[in-house]
Design a protein around this ligand. Structure first.
Ligand code: ADP
Length: 410
């Protein structure tokens, strides 16, 4: 190899070497920039993913916040609803734990402390604790009447289901004491009314049976019986009339035929209709009207009211006078019916407004009393937002006072 060839070879080798390095440097540079580019892209992707996750997280947080607020609101609404229910109420969850109860329910507890209660462990009084246990165990709708502290409750269990699965129950205690009391009073009233009606009917029936006997020919007894039958028939008529009057007055939808009437006119009319009876018994009828007021009242009912009080005053007096007074006291019109009759004990004064209550049964019956007159008086007063009271002394006399509001325009 010539020297020249050798130099060419070396130069070629050098060139090849340089070219190879240049290529390698290029590759490095390209790789470097590519790496940089990919690193940037990855970072950008990462940031985008991060942003997306952050956004999604924010959305999720907002959703949780709204749901929590909703749940809180719903719970608050439920609590408000439960606490506004005017009867003791509680809610057992699917595990038999007391989830909610209202303040009325505390009536049944031995303390008012906020403690965890369930269907077995609670501080409720016996009949209530028993009902709660049954309510959770039975898992069905049922009712039971229970007594707590002298009050009667209708305990009702209503099961709550989620997808047909038992998930607890609502227990409600309705106070039915008043309804029970009314029912008892009604039963007593029906029994009393039947008894009152039965007595004259039995008397009439017995006498008719005797009069119908073939061998009966006693003219004197016949006359006496006919008088008695007439008396008993009238009594029946009075009882039926007063019963109808009382039932009309106790109707919730009682409509009063009100008109403006001078009270003196009504009282005078009533006094006049009893003048003959008073004369017969030697009793003076007097009036002292310091005021004369026009009131918006039901005329027919007012006549009944004064008829009952004035006739009683004559019926239960054997001498003296019956005086009706009218005056104004503290924006009230006070009408008093005062007699000098047999009088009443304090115990009787407390009871005479009860239906069929009579102090002297024989005297009441003989004078055609139904035992309902004063109950009717009280009902008429109530219908006119007035009040009636009685003051009496045995052997001295009795005073009934009716108090009307003077400015009543209704
Ligand atoms: P009665 O039809 O028996 O008179 P009332 O309801 O009018 O029924 O009265 C109830 C009872 O109150 C009477 O039976 C009577 O014993 C008593 N009583 C009512 N008014 C008087 C009075 N002015 N003086 C004494 N007792 C009275």
């Amino acid at each position: 190899m010539s020297k020249k060839q050798f130099v060419y070879l070396i130069v070629s080798l050098l060139c090849a070497y340089i070219a190879m390095y240049a290529f390698l440097i290029n590759v490095y540079v390209v790789t470097f920039f590519l790496t940089l580019f990919y690193a940037y892209e990855i970072k950008r992707d990462h940031r985008e993913v991060n942003d997306k996750i952050t956004h999604e997280n924010e959305e999720l947080m907002n959703e949780i916040k709204t749901t929590t607020q909703d749940a809180y609101l719903k719970q608050k609404q439920l609590l408000t609803m439960v606490s506004n229910i005017p009867s003791p109420l509680m809610l057992l969850n699917e595990y038999g734990e007391v989830a909610i109860y209202n303040s009325h329910f505390n009536l049944f507890r031995n303390s008012i402390e906020e403690i965890k209660m369930d269907y077995i462990n609670n501080d409720c009084v016996e009949p209530v604790a028993h009902f709660i246990k049954d309510a959770f165990i039975f898992e069905r709708k049922f009712k039971k009447v229970i007594e707590v502290d002298g009050k009667t409750y209708n305990a009702i269990c209503i099961p709550v289901t989620t997808n047909t699965k038992f998930s607890g129950c609502v227990i409600l205690f309705q106070d039915i004491s008043e309804a029970k009391e009314k029912e008892a009073l009604q039963k007593m009233f029906i029994a009393d009314a039947s008894h009152e009606l039965k007595t004259p009917i039995s008397v009439i029936k017995g006498m008719i049976e005797i009069l119908n006997r073939e061998d009966f020919d006693d003219e004197q007894t016949k006359k006496e019986f006919l008088v008695q039958i007439d008396k008993e028939t009238k009594r029946l008529e009075f009882i039926v009339r007063d019963l109808l009057q009382l039932s009309r007055l106790s109707m919730n939808e009682l409509i009063l035929k009100k008109e403006f009437i001078k009270m003196s006119e009504i009282i005078e009319r009533s006094m006049n209709s009893f003048q003959v009876l008073a004369n017969k018994k030697g009793i003076r009828l007097e009036k002292q009207f310091k005021e004369d007021i026009t009131l918006n009242v039901d005329e027919e009912l007012m006549i009944t009211l004064f008829n009952n009080l004035i006739s009683n005053a004559i019926k239960y007096s054997d001498h003296g006078k019956v005086c009706v007074t009218m005056e104004i006291e503290n924006e009230h019109l006070i009408i008093s019916i005062q007699d000098e009759g047999v009088g009443l004990s304090q115990e009787d004064c407390n009871r005479i407004f009860e239906r069929f209550y009579r102090v002297d049964k024989a005297r009441s019956r003989n004078s055609g009393g139904s035992g309902l007159g004063l109950s009717i008086v009280r009902s008429i007063c109530e219908a006119h937002q007035a009040s009636v009271s009685v003051k009496s002394k045995l052997g001295v006399g009795t005073t009934f006072k009716i108090k009307f509001k003077v400015n009543t325009k209704s």
